[in-house]
Design a protein around this ligand. Structure first.
Ligand code: UDP
Length: 327
């Protein structure tokens, strides 16, 4: 099947992960041949089980930190979506060495392999790079405000920021067609709450009738984005000839506090759960620092590809709840 996209064969690193698996699905639906590469550390074969019968889909167990696992897979593709990373606040706090090494070495390898063959590359970055900036909404040209290096959370932001610098350096030095996407709190079916993510945790708690655990006083805000909108943005970005060398926010529209989120999850699931406030020191070990507010400025990606998220927060809660009910 011919695709309307400027690539026929895509490699998705982290393809068995939450966002990666949705991306594979979206690309396959467009007629693109897809290879998912994943070391199954935080990803799961369950996320891609439904794709395994598709003749256009191929799954390879491999680690982006090992060139041997990566080089041939990059050769086989004409576009690479580099989604593999150590993610999730809990994992980052508990395994800081693993986080830094996975993010730096993985991206170094992907960019090196892609540069040799001038493949199209998208590097998934994160809104964490904005850190505790209080200039809302966050624009791609804004200053980035990170905290002290003794707090492990900032190692994640910093490792992803180095990934961005490296991607842009390859673009500058050798013309590698690479796009950086800063993802803002992507949520939806198949995301696990195991690594700390708030919406799957709240939904599971609400459905079980347990208290929803709001960390801190719940006044911190986030802007959530349905994974279907996120992957739509990623595919359109890599398909656009003018995106190369650019950094783009990809996120949702509604900024709300975590306390309000808990109330929305309770209402959306018809739960009788109550809300329990837990101090940050109890929720996370020691030197933890949370971001007070987070909201993307989406004007750059809207201007280039007409990006406009279609799913609301209530759609997200309904989709996540539906998945939890059938799991
Ligand atoms: N959070 C919470 N209860 C939980 C899990 C997370 O109140 O059970 C809070 C967390 O402290 C943060 C927000 O929800 O303020 C979003 O957390 P998540 O880990 O999903 O994403 P990130 O912090 O990376 O934005």
């Amino acid at each position: 099947m011919a695709t309307s996209l400027p690539f026929q064969r895509a490699l998705v690193t982290g393809g068995a992960g939450f966002i990666g698996s949705h991306l594979c699905e979206r690309l396959l639906a467009a007629g693109v041949s897809v290879e998912a590469l994943d070391d199954l550390s935080t990803g799961s074969v369950l996320n891609i089980e439904h794709l395994r019968g598709n003749p256009l889909f191929r799954f390879t167990v491999g680690d982006v930190r090992r060139i041997a696992d990566l080089a041939e897979a990059v050769d086989r593709a004409d576009a690479v979506f580099h989604m593999a990373a150590a993610v999730g606040v809990r994992l980052i706090v508990e395994r800081p060495v693993h986080t830094i090494e996975t993010n730096l070495e993985g991206t170094t390898n992907v960019l090196e392999c892609a540069t040799k063959k001038r493949k199209l590359v998208l590097v998934a970055s994160t809104s964490e790079v904005y850190g505790k900036s209080d200039k809302l909404p966050f624009h791609e040209e804004s200053d980035l405000v990170l905290g002290a290096s003794r707090r492990p959370r900032w190692a994640y932001a910093c490792s992803k920021l180095m990934d961005e610098f490296l991607a842009l350096a390859h673009h500058r030095e050798s013309g590698l067609p690479v796009v950086v996407a800063r993802l803002f709190n992507t949520v939806g079916p198949r995301q696990t709450g195991r690594y700390g993510m708030v919406i799957p945790r709240f939904v599971a708690q609400a459905l079980a009738g347990e208290p929803l655990t709001v960390y801190g006083d719940g006044s911190q805000t986030r802007t959530f984005c349905h994974v279907a909108d996120t992957v739509e943005g990623l595919v359109a970005l890599l398909a656009h000839p003018k995106a190369a060398g650019g950094v783009f926010n990809v996120g949702g529209l509604e900024e709300l506090s975590i306390a309000d989120l808990a109330a929305r999850v309770i209402a959306g699931t018809g739960s009788a759960s109550r809300i329990e406030f837990i101090p940050f020191e109890e929720a996370y070990d020691g030197d933890f620092e949370d971001m007070a507010r987070r909201r993307p400025d989406l004007s750059k990606i809207a201007a280039l590809i007409g990006y406009a998220p279609k799913r609301t927060l209530d759609d997200i809660i309904a989709d996540v709840a539906a998945q939890h009910r059938t799991a």
